[in-house]
Design a protein around this ligand. Structure first.
Ligand code: 26Q
Length: 814
């Protein structure tokens, strides 16, 4: 069968295909269909094309017995799929016409699709951008994760406070998944271990419980290629035979409870808290999807090759942070206990197969699991980890005999306090490559938290600077800018983002600058309308749109931004007739539900906003808004409408950032610290086209070592003192004057761990430089264009090509 032929319905014209699906698939009267129903029919048209591409890709890869990469991630923050799918199969224009035939726009239809929000933030969205790029550069590739029934919680704001709601994204069904009823694996938990046959390395795991992992695939379209990639998500299902007894005796409550105990594994995404809480269900989730994925990988390999000895030639498994790190022990278990490998042979294979990306430097955010919990949930894996550790430490001891501190720092087991398994150490020891996500971050990894590992194995450590997919974050989100770029330098940038450099010379052209400003203005109007609809606050779309959108976290310092806004407010009141540059300060982001200080910051933003937005003396020249429910789809509205991108983390804390890339790609100027990928953005766009302020990483470390004294800064800085006094004194919370006392005290008396006060003055000074530039729209446009032109490096296609070449040993399309 010719899989490259379009589906049968395509020949009758696109609208006929939509009508057919309205009748045959959605089962509704085409003349009376709702936007959601039409969306489903349009999605079915795209799905037909994609399923053929999927079968063709799979057939080709099997025939070639291709080397494949498997990207294991607890999170895939996909967002909506329809626009991206239509663009990939080349049906955007025709489906817009079909929508019109039903008295709708394509945007009305796409807006009815729920976001697939199977991730928290940066790490999860990075995984989604990587899938897009892996398909586009034609890597034989699979993403593996969990089919959470409930994704990232939805956020609403009640009385200025965050309220979380469940996200039942599958409630109305999704057109994008393909249940693979034949693909299912048992995943076991608990019990005890007995010795295996005499002389073998293997053991027998007498498990106490078992759950089935069932496969659901999502097709990931490539752009500019008929190839696709697969995202395989696992759903937990209780094994049907075991609940029979309770069921047959009519004890349905017991039977249901039993079922729940297993099926809850894939129910809900864990929110990224400030510190990982070490919950048993989270460990079960990690093992569940990792085990199912590795069983699936081995089954595919055996079907193609009939043996596992050549596994490392054909399989690369990537660990997206330590969340799937138990996979190192699981592959060892499968090889040694179930496939009769000797220990040394299995270990050599394992190290060649795995690679690991670290996404954080902050020690408190590194994942560890109590030995006692692991003993209870995964006794055989714990045994394997102990053996890996003792052989590793024995080898390390030969290098530095007697250096106990060295050994303690390397051990897979943290021995101080309650004994815990260090998942990052397991990942490093079990991998042949370890990378950070920006040049600075990767450098700091080998200088700080992993320094002793780098001393052992310098060649294992490398950098892979993050990127974002230009298809979603420019072509799809910003159609205005995309067409302007198309008509200026052609449309090749979608697959070769480096071509944006061709825009640089056009920054000198006034017509181009004005066209660029007109696009930005239209995007700001759209964003202003979104803000009005979701916050009730009217904002002036000619004001400077100053945007900080990301998870709410102390290290990201949204609070520093609020301090700056209050300082501006006070300065404006002191001199109301001065020629202030009108500004709209826009925040968005979720706080983990248990993260008290992050939630206080959200409330503070609302309280300060309420005062500022209604103060007539400002004459509308300053507004402060919080856009609720930040996620992929909200970001697609915010990024194109931003003038200024706030990337203000304490130097040395933000591993990379990817929102910084999306904003600059959409023509926002960055105000930021020398942190994460800001450093490389600065290199790419040039020092004159970015506002860098604050302490460097080295200065942060030096000040901390010398004894940082926030109270002294407060006493010596009247402007800062006035800001903190107003907040702490209840100026913005008159109904409860003490509401922010603790927040301010954490700065003054609690040590100000993220050094907001140290950077305050330099931040305010940088904001003044921003204002000065904004007064000159043409000068602003020149720099904004230079930003877009300089962003070629930050395509996730470039990142994926680097991984393919340096980490996975795969050939990518040029
Ligand atoms: C861990 C254990 C238990 C529960 C939750 C977690 C958990 C979940 C998500 C821990 C961390 C995360 C997410 C981390 C993350 O998004 N990190 C970001 O990764 C981006 C992509 O590399 C970087 O750009 C950001 O700098 C980094 O903060």
């Amino acid at each position: 069968m010719n899989l490259n032929a379009p589906p049968a319905s395509a020949s009758a014209g696109p609208n006929a295909a939509v009508e057919r699906h309205l009748l045959d698939t959605v089962a509704t009267d085409p003349a009376a269909a709702s936007p959601a129903e039409i969306m489903h029919a349009v999605a079915q048209v795209a799905r037909e094309h994609l399923s053929r591409r999927w079968v063709a890709t799979d057939r080709a890869d099997r025939a070639a017995r291709a080397r494949r990469v498997y990207y294991l991630s607890m999170e895939f923050l996909i967002g909506r799929t329809l626009s991206n799918a239509l663009a990939a199969v080349g049906l955007t224009g025709e489906m817009a016409a079909a929508a019109k035939a039903h008295a709708n726009t394509l945007e009305d239809l796409t807006a009815t699709e729920a976001d697939a929000a199977l991730g928290n933030g940066g790490l999860g969205r990075l995984a989604a951008c990587f899938l897009d790029s892996m398909a586009t550069v034609e890597l034989p590739s699979y993403g593996y994760g969990i089919r959470y029934e409930f994704g990232m919680f939805k956020q609403s704001i009640v009385g200025g406070r965050q309220v979380e709601h469940p996200d039942p994204w599958l409630e109305d069904g999704t057109p994008w998944e393909f249940p693979r009823t034949g693909v299912s694996y048992p995943v076991r938990f608990g019990g005890w271990v007995e010795p295996g046959a005499h002389g073998s390395s293997g053991s027998i795991w007498r498990h106490a419980g078992e759950v089935n992992a069932k496969a659901y695939d999502m097709v990931i379209p490539g752009h500019g290629t008929p190839r696709v990639s697969t995202l395989r998500l696992w759903k937990a299902a209780a094994p049907s035979q075991i609940d029979l007894h309770a069921f047959n005796t009519g004890d349905y409550a017991r039977a249901a409870e039993f079922k729940n105990q297993y099926e809850n594994i894939s129910w809900v995404l864990y929110p990224n808290d400030s510190t990982p809480a070490g919950r048993e269900l989270r460990l079960r989730q990690e093992y569940f999807f990792t085990s199912a994925s590795i069983q699936d990988i081995l089954a595919r390999h055996l079907a193609e090759h009939g043996r596992l000895t050549n596994l490392a030639e054909k399989v690369a498994i990537h660990l997206n942070d330590t969340h799937p790190a138990i996979g190192v022990a699981e592959l060892m278990r499968l090889l040694v206990d179930e496939h009769a490998f000797g220990w040394a042979g299995a270990w050599a294979l394992t190290q060649k197969v795995f690679s690991y990306t670290n996404h954080t430097l902050m020690p408190e955010a590194l994942e560890t699991w109590p030995v006692s919990l692991m003993q209870h949930v995964l006794p055989r894996h714990l045994e394997i980890i102990f053996r890996i550790n003792s052989e590793f430490l024995a080898a390390a001891a030969k290098l530095r005999p007697g250096d106990n501190e060295f050994m303690r720092s390397l051990s897979l087991i943290e021995e101080r306090g309650e004994r815990r398994v260090r998942m990052a150490h397991l990942s490093i020891v079990g991998s042949h490559k370890v990378n950070g996500v920006s040049a600075l971050h990767s450098e700091l990894l080998v200088q700080t938290i992993f320094a002793n590992f780098a001393a052992l194995w310098p060649e294992r450590f490398t950098n892979m600077t993050n990127g974002v997919t230009p298809r979603r974050w420019l072509a799809q989100a910003n159609t205005g800018l995309a067409s302007l770029i198309d008509s200026t330098i052609g449309d090749g940038w979608r697959l070769h983002l480096d071509q944006l450099i061709g825009l640089r010379e056009h920054a000198a052209n006034a017509d181009f600058r004005n066209a660029f400003l007109a696009v930005k203005q239209a995007n700001k109007l759209r964003l202003a309308e979104h803000i009005r609809a979701h916050t009730g606050v009217p904002v002036d779309a000619t004001s400077l749109f100053d945007v900080q959108v990301k998870r709410i976290h102390e290290y990201k310092r949204q609070l520093l931004n609020v301090l700056q806004v209050v300082a501006r407010y006070q300065a404006m009141l002191a001199d109301p007739d001065a020629d202030w540059v009108p500004r709209t300060v826009i925040f968005a982001g979720k706080a983990a539900s248990s993260y008290v200080s992050a939630k206080a910051v959200i409330q503070l933003i609302h309280d300060v906003g309420t005062v500022i937005n209604t103060d007539a003396r400002l004459r509308g020249r300053l507004k402060l808004v919080f856009v609720p429910n930040y996620g992929v789809s909200v970001a697609e509205v915010i990024m194109p409408g931003a003038d200024l991108s706030e990337q203000i983390s304490t130097a040395g804390t933000e591993a990379s950032g990817t929102g910084n890339m999306k904003l600059a790609l959409n023509g926002a100027l960055t105000i930021g610290t020398d942190d994460g990928a800001n450093v490389e953005i600065r290199q790419q766009v040039g020092d004159d086209n970015i506002f860098i302020f604050g302490l460097s990483t080295a200065q942060v470390a030096a000040q901390r070592a010398a004894g940082y004294q926030p109270l002294r800064i407060y006493e010596e800085n009247p402007r800062l003192k006035a800001v903190l006094d107003a907040i702490a004194g209840g100026r913005f919370s008159e109904d409860e004057p003490g509401r922010y006392r603790a927040l301010v005290d954490s700065l003054l008396w609690g040590g100000d761990h993220y050094m907001l006060l140290a950077d305050f003055d330099s931040y305010v000074a940088a904001q003044s430089r921003v204002d000065a530039l904004y007064r000159d729209p043409q000068a602003w446009a020149r720099k904004a264009i230079a930003n877009v032109a300089g962003m070629g490096f930050f395509s996730s296609d470039r990142t994926i090509r680097e991984y393919a070449r340096d980490v996975w040993g795969l050939a990518a399309k040029a």
